[in-house]
Design a protein around this ligand. Structure first.
Ligand SMILES: [Zn+2]
Length: 245
């Protein structure tokens, strides 16, 4: 069982960056909670411990001492950035980071940037950096701190207000962590689908893969209808599929 420590930065009396109607402590908390939920729901052999799951203040020393005591396998500290300029995404490892921390940073950084680029235009990749930061220095396990866009840069703030961007940040963390820890995706659903998979034939020729569920075969209508010489018209407005021959 792998133990992942997710550290949502700031909290309580410490809001972190505040700008453009956004508060860093709120964004990073909701991201952290959702990372825990998705990692545990979608992967086997992992559980996630959190520095905080509510809006409370914790000193930096408390965070790393809790994670060290728990014997977490990795630590990811989640932040939003500030400081102006043109904004962007960046990650930090310790200045004398272990090879493991560097590998974790690389996997996480790449996964998050990839996800962000899928949903948002013009996300600046500020790079994989090293800095003497408490969270990455005092953690006994591979540790990385992510800075997820600039709250005080208008273009970044506009992105952070979009749900797809927050979802991409969450998924990027989940994918990066899963890859680094070689977590196996839960396959209960896939297994079920494979067991119920049927080949759909028209006049002896396979036209589609179908799924048999409780005596009903679900298969793409178009593949079957067209193989039978029919025409398929989909009307998005009324959400109807009209098959004519
Ligand atoms: Zn911060």
């Amino acid at each position: 069982m792998k133990k992942v420590w997710i550290d949502a930065g700031h909290g309580g009396k410490d809001p972190g960056a505040v700008a453009n109607g956004l508060k860093e402590k709120d964004i990073v908390l909701s991201v952290a909670l959702e990372i825990k939920k998705r990692l545990e729901a979608n992967y086997d052999g992992v559980y996630v411990l959190l520095s905080r799951s509510t809006d409370v203040f914790l000193a930096l020393a408390e965070r790393t001492s809790l994670a060290n005591k728990a014997g977490a396998d990795i630590l990811v500290s989640i932040h939003g950035n500030a400081g102006g300029g043109s904004g962007g995404f960046e990650t930090y490892r310790y200045i004398n980071a272990s090879a493991a921390s560097t590998a974790l940073q690389n996997g996480l950084h790449t996964a998050i940037v990839d996800m962000l680029n899928k949903v948002a235009v013009g996300v600046i990749d500020r790079g994989q950096k090293a800095k003497n930061l408490h969270m990455v220095r005092e953690s006994n396990m591979p540790a990385v701190l992510t800075e997820n866009l600039f709250l005080d840069v208008a273009t970044d703030a506009a992105k952070l207000k979009k749900d797809v961007v927050i979802q991409a940040i969450i998924d990027g963390h989940v994918i990066g962590i899963a890859k680094y820890l070689s977590l196996k995706k839960k396959d209960a659903g896939d297994q079920k689908n494979n067991d119920n998979k049927v080949a759909v034939l028209v006049n002896g020729k396979k036209v589609a893969d179908g799924v048999l569920d409780n005596g009903t075969t679900y298969t793409p209508a178009r593949a079957v209808a067209e193989a039978l010489g029919a025409t398929v018209v989909y009307d998005a407005e009324t959400k109807t599929v009209n098959i004519t021959k």
